[in-house]
Design a binder for this molecule. Structure first.
Ligand code: C2E
Ligand code: MG
Ligand code: MG
Ligand code: MG
Length: 284
């Protein structure tokens, strides 16, 4: 591919004949992601979505969620661009940027809420990069932040892989003082026995269980059951996807530790998130 022709009309002629349209579009998006990354992450942003205490409804932290706006396509959802970053190997560099930004923002937040925690999504690719561990350690040192403020999220399906090297890595991450959250819990087709061995401090119940929670006895029972099981083995539970007051009323007696969902706030650009928190804390 000829990088100098980036914005030229001829760009598509560089692709091989016979490629399907979605493959060309993927390559095109990857080239644009690469361009953004090479130009100081232009178009990238990190939004914060509040995580609240399930009982007091007070903000205890936020999940950091990556956003990317391409010149040509506009806002591209993370469910599209994260897999492309993974496929192209760019996730290592992007993941470092995300981690560092998230930690900096978290540090800023602790001036308003001293116990504030940030939850950062990690890709399975980043975890096969052994230098990432050293990188995390270095960032925490540079930012002079206690690791107890940092949580890393990994998907359930990745965490249950029975790979010695990974298990060692999880233990090393926890040895740094960083906590681990198991993301998308309940969607990974694994048995509940994973909770016995998983090095997780927090389980995040996937938002699919909120979809029919008002009408489905199964979903409500599942959530209560997971809370009981996790608390027995000292794991905290966060429920994702609470969107309405009615849903909150339904789940608030289920013994959950934390809740994250549109009802308590959508992902927001960091400066806006911070401003909202400042206004809320000065009100009380
Ligand atoms: P996730 O880690 O499970 O993040 C939660 C997703 O649920 C976010 O979608 C969030 O906006 C959405 N969400 C939160 N509350 C609600 C709600 O009440 N209702 C509904 N319908 N949705 C809600 P988002 O931001 O589009 O991210 C999608 C996925 O992309 C994430 O799922 C995560 O797997 C991935 N992702 C996002 N940012 C990053 C990142 O910085 N690094 C990595 N590796 N993956 C990321
Ligand atoms: Mg997550
Ligand atoms: Mg999740
Ligand atoms: Mg998810």
């Amino acid at each position: 591919l000829d990088h100098s022709k980036r914005n030229g009309r001829n760009r598509l002629t560089f692709y091989e004949k016979g490629m399907r349209l979605h493959e060309m579009r993927e390559l095109d998006l990857i080239e644009q992601l690469r361009y953004s990354i090479e130009h100081d992450f232009i178009g990238f942003a990190l939004h914060f979505q509040p995580q609240v205490d399930a009982n007091t409804k007070q903000i205890v932290g936020a999940e950091a969620l990556a956003r990317w706006k391409s010149d040509i396509y506009g806002n591209v959802p993370p469910l599209i661009f994260i897999p492309l970053l993974e496929k192209s190997g760019l996730i290592n560099e992007a993941g470092k940027w995300i981690f560092q930004k998230a930690v900096q923002y978290c540090k800023e937040m602790t001036t308003i809420l001293p116990t504030f925690c940030v939850s950062i999504n990690l890709s399975y690719i980043q975890l096969s990069d052994l230098q990432f561990l050293a990188f995390m350690q270095q960032v925490l040192k540079e930012e002079m932040i206690d690791p107890s403020h940092i949580i890393v999220e990994m998907t359930e399906s990745y965490m249950v892989k029975n790979d010695d090297m990974q298990q060692t890595l999880f233990h090393k991450i926890r040895a740094l003082g960083i906590r681990i959250a198991m993301d998308d819990f309940g969607t990974g087709f694994s048995s509940l026995g994973v909770l016995k061995k998983a090095p997780a401090d927090i389980v995040k119940i996937d938002k699919v269980f909120m979809k029919d929670v008002l009408t489905s006895n199964f979903d409500a029972t599942f959530i209560r059951f997971i809370v009981t099981l996790c608390h027995d083995v000292n794991i905290k539970v966060l429920l994702e996807g609470v969107e309405t007051k009615e849903e909150y009323e339904k789940v608030k007696t289920m013994g959950l530790d934390y809740i994250q969902g549109y009802y308590f706030g959508k992902p927001q650009p960091f400066q806006q998130f911070k401003k909202n928190c400042e206004n809320n804390t000065s009100d009380v």
